[in-house]
Design a protein. Structure first.
Lengths: 604, 346
């Protein structure tokens, strides 16, 4: 039994670039702290969802409480708070960081620091966290620990001289990590007697317990029966259960006290009532000030999601409802498309979030989906003074009623090897980037900073960046505001019928080029009909690109050989198979696959 | 109900480059003919037989005694007095005395009038051979003669095609078939597709054939077939109208009105007497689909089963089908895009 002694608690998280070994180190710490037997260990226990394991990234923050017996005989409670590792989830990351006093910064000894790592290090610094560098993968042939140390000192300005040199994969020097955690990360400070103040840093939905809320208690304590107030949402709940995070399971405990990390349940039905960053306090004795930094999370990227089979609309709705239980950032509302039928307009934190949701719908819920081109939120200033937040190109008012439009702008930080600075700058230039500055980290690498329109990033930016830098450039961005821009709506017309699902908002000067690519792609996807089919890209009534699908002249089997009717029927059946899953655009039958292929983000 | 008989002779002197039919360059006739005769003898068909079609391959590639034996066996069936008995032949085959064995219709595979075009598709005869054959047949008393022609051949021009038709018309056959070349996989022609006339030329040739042949008094009665009044191929018309026929010989197909099957396509298996493969009992849906995609090949059209009304209306809107009295039939565009129509009913 461990008594409540804040000096024996360490709350920390791990910052690392994808693949630098965050989950592996977490596994080792759990293993060595003795909370799990070898048999219970499933590789990377922190990454719960299959998808996370497959992609090797953490989407939803998981946490675990370790009991560490130090060589001096003392026992420490180590709360490892896992953070999502992607740019889309920066706010979630910042809240997880805010629940900690320190962070382990893992750097791959062979690869050095990357843009993603840097962004999260800055976030950790903003939260006044003690940062403990850890150099991983020292057993790799290409490992260069000394250079990596220099890297950390030059780029971040952290003393890395005493950084543990480890291999998480092969359990080398893990003990040093424990020692560093205990020695370098300060214990939490808090007032047990003050009014309850706890920070919500994550939540998940459980069918039996309702929403399970992850909290860090700053002051006071919380237990079963506490009448809790969630300050941002104003909701009140009576606490049903409190507890700690065991590895892969929840372990009830009578109380959570200042400095501790754990969970609470209160028969909460809606994950929306437990927004990340909110402060939990007591109804009868509220804290004077909520924990600072709470933000409403807003979707940045939108797209239409339609079931490939129209009959699956209800299934899609049910699946989205279920996903939303665990994902407060997912938004959706019904949408109808002439081309694609009934579906939903969905809002996401970013592109990765979009892809994850799409994949989960397809895999876990077995749905075939068609998603429209992603859009950002444009601010449309109408001539009558009204300002519309436009997330669906179909809702754009008539151009005559638009005064001007604004688009979201991000500040992008790209870490790139010197050899690829040229191509990457070119890419940023092509994407309407405004150069801010360039900073050399060392002789071989630089950080490029650009202002870029978000809508240029959601369209094929990641892949192009990777291909132009042979995979070496890494990238991070944050929204900095809106700028007026010359934007137009590009419509795609098939046989003179506009295809609503293919419309998008685009920078005026690149509209013709984008239109040309769309029409070329569509030409390859639509089978010939008995008449000629013009495919046009148009801005208003002005056609900026055109392709034509020639009329089908001949489709006939001239000879019926020797009474072999069965063979003829088989040929017809095969042909018929190709005709299935067509959508009608006016008089033209468009295969569903065409929408998917044309809307694919990559330009290959 | 009367039946048709189909008898397959899989032998050819040389295989044409487009041919994916069941035929081969072999002279091992004897065991095949024995197996075929056995099969014919053991058939228990008491119904009347009103058409007999001996096809191939090249039936006249058989030495004539074998052919006579087969024809004699045919006469053991319950033939109607006016039964149509057709034999397929090539222009360079020696014509046996078919008339004496009851044959009253000959189908000659000419394909093209130009000897260089014939050479390119690996046919071993000339236009001159053809003229001789048709004269010989007429002299022997066979006046009901079909000539097969092909268009869309490698190197073929519209001028070639018009010449082929005009020359054939000059010899005044009762029936002419014009087939658009359809390259089949696993034939040499499959690799020659880039050298074929394009789709619009192919269609222009087809339309030219319709134009020339109908002007010359032939009825365009099926997608690819033209006949003088009274000289339609009764055997083929029965097939398109889903009348029963029984096939004999390697890989031959049969239909008894409710079930379709075929003989083994493997020669060893066939010679050892095993038969009847792919037995398929047609559902009412299968039958309805067949009524459509076989019946609509006939230009006079068909009375469609009622369940197809919505599809038919759609196809009429698209200009591919038309009403012809109480029947529906393909329009001229429907003839070019027949599969677009047929797939609606599958």
């Amino acid at each position: 039994m461990i008594t409540h002694n804040m000096s024996k608690i360490r709350n920390f998280c791990i910052i690392a670039h994808i693949d630098h070994g965050k989950s592996t180190l977490a596994d080792r710490l759990i293993e060595l702290a003795g909370t799990l037997t070898q048999r219970e260990m499933q590789s990377q226990v922190l990454d719960n969802m299959d998808l996370e394991r497959e992609r090797g990234i953490t989407i939803k923050a998981q946490s675990v409480r370790l009991v560490y017996a130090a060589p001096d005989g003392e026992e420490y409670i180590l709360n490892l708070i896992d953070t999502p590792g992607h740019v889309d989830f920066t706010y979630e990351v910042s809240r997880s960081l805010a629940a900690c006093e320190g962070a382990l910064l893992i750097v791959d000894a062979a690869q050095g620091i990357e843009a993603q790592t840097l962004a999260n290090v800055y976030l950790a610094m903003d939260n006044n966290l003690e940062i403990v560098p850890v150099i991983n993968k020292i057993d790799l042939v290409a490992a260069d620990p000394e250079r990596t140390k220099d890297d950390i000192e030059n780029v971040i300005g952290l003393d890395a001289s005493s950084a543990p040199l480890i291999s998480a994969k092969n359990s080398i020097n893990i003990q040093d990590v424990f020692t560093s955690i205990v020695a370098s990360i300060p214990p939490p400070q808090g007032n047990l007697d003050a009014p309850l103040k706890a920070l919500i840093f994550d939540s998940l939905y459980d069918a039996y317990k309702g929403v399970i809320v992850f909290i860090r208690v700053l002051d006071g304590s919380i237990k079963k029966g506490t009448k809790a107030l969630f300050m941002a949402t104003g909701k009140e709940f009576e606490i049903v259960e409190t507890g700690y995070f065991g590895p892969g399971k929840f372990i009830p405990s009578p109380e959570l006290k200042a400095g501790e990390v754990g969970y609470i349940t209160a028969s909460i039905k809606n994950v929306r009532d437990t927004t990340i960053g909110d402060t939990v306090t007591e109804v009868s004795r509220p804290t004077e000030e909520p924990f600072p930094g709470y933000k409403q999370v807003n979707s940045m990227v939108f797209c239409g999601v339609f079931p490939a089979d129209g009959a699956k609309y209800q299934d899609l709705r049910d699946s989205l409802d279920k996903l939303r239980l665990n994902d407060a950032a997912l938004q959706f509302e019904p949408e109808t498309s002439v081309a694609l039928g009934f579906g939903f307009r969905c809002g996401f934190l970013g592109l990765l979030h979009l892809e994850i949701i799409q994949e989960r719908l397809e895999r876990e819920y077995n749905l075939d989906l068609i998603t429209t081109a992603p859009s950002v939120i444009y601010k449309v200033h109408k001539t009558d003074g009204e300002i519309i937040d436009l997330s669906n190109p179909a809702d754009l008012p008539d151009p005559s009623r638009i005064d001007f439009m604004e688009e979201p702008i991000v500040k992008a930080e790209i870490l790139v090897p010197a050899d690829y600075i040229g191509p990457v700058m070119e890419l940023c230039q092509e994407r309407r980037g405004v150069y801010l500055e360039m900073e050399y980290i060392d002789a071989s690498r630089a950080i490029l900073r650009y202002e870029l329109p978000l809508n240029e990033i959601i369209y094929d930016f990641f892949d192009t960046l990777k291909s132009r830098s042979k995979g070496y450039a890494s990238f991070d961005y944050e929204l900095i505001g809106y700028k007026q821009s010359n934007l137009v709506k590009l419509d795609i017309l098939v046989h003179h019928e506009p295809v609503d699902a293919l419309s998008f908002i685009v920078y005026a000067k690149t509209a013709a080029e984008r239109g040309r690519r769309m029409t070329e792609k569509l030409k390859k996807e639509i089978p010939r009909h008995q008449f000629e089919i013009p495919i046009q890209a148009a801005i208003g009534s002005k056609v900026v690109a055109r392709e034509t699908i020639g009329a089908m002249r001949k489709d006939v089997l001239a000879k019926c050989y020797g009474g072999d009717i069965t063979r003829k029927k088989k040929l017809l059946e095969k042909q018929k198979e190709g005709k299935k899953r067509m959508r009608s655009i006016g008089v033209v039958e468009v295969p569903q696959q065409a929408f998917m292929n044309v809307l694919k983000l990559d330009e290959s | 109900m009367s039946y048709g008989l189909y008898i397959h002779i899989p032998f050819c002197v040389s295989k044409c480059s487009y041919c994916d039919f069941l035929s081969f360059e072999s002279t091992d006739y004897e065991p095949y003919v024995q197996a075929l005769l056995t099969e014919l003898k053991s058939a228990h068909i008491t119904n009347k037989v009103d058409t007999v079609y001996i096809g191939g391959g090249t039936p006249t590639a058989l030495p004539s005694p074998f052919l006579y034996e087969i024809l004699q066996e045919v006469h053991n069936f319950n033939l109607t007095p006016d039964a149509e008995i057709t034999v397929e032949t090539n222009p360079n085959s020696q014509l046996p005395d078919l008339k004496s064995y009851g044959v009253n219709r000959l189908s000659i595979g000419l394909q093209a009038w130009q000897d260089d075009l014939l050479g390119r598709i690996k046919r071993t005869h000339t236009a001159h051979d053809f003229t001789k054959t048709i004269q010989t047949a007429k002299a022997a008393g066979i006046h009901n003669i079909n000539v097969d022609l092909m268009f869309g051949l490698p190197g073929q021009t519209m001028a070639h095609w018009k010449e082929s038709i005009t020359q054939v018309l000059a010899l005044n056959p009762t029936h002419i078939s014009t087939y658009s070349l359809t390259p089949a996989e696993n034939t040499p022609m499959w690799d020659e597709q880039d050298n074929l006339p394009d789709e619009s030329t192919d269609r222009a040739m087809y339309h030219k054939a319709i134009n020339l042949l109908t002007s010359a008094g032939y009825q365009h009665y099926e997608l690819s077939n033209f006949a003088k009044p009274g000289y339609r191929s009764r055997h083929n018309v029965n097939c398109w109208r889903r009348k029963p026929y029984i096939g004999f010989g390697l890989g031959a197909h049969s239909f008894d009105g409710t079930t379709r099957w075929n003989n083994s396509t493997n020669i060893t298996q066939y010679l050892s007497g095993s038969k009847k493969e792919n037995i398929q009992i047609l559902t009412s849906q299968d039958a309805a689909a067949e009524i459509m995609f076989l019946g609509l090949r006939m230009t006079e059209g068909i009375s469609p089963p009622p369940q197809f009304k919505p599809s038919i209306d759609k196809l009429i809107d698209k200009g591919l089908l038309t009403y012809n009295d109480e029947k529906i039939a393909l329009t001229p565009q429907g003839l070019d895009l027949a599969n677009q129509v047929f797939t609606e009913f599958i």
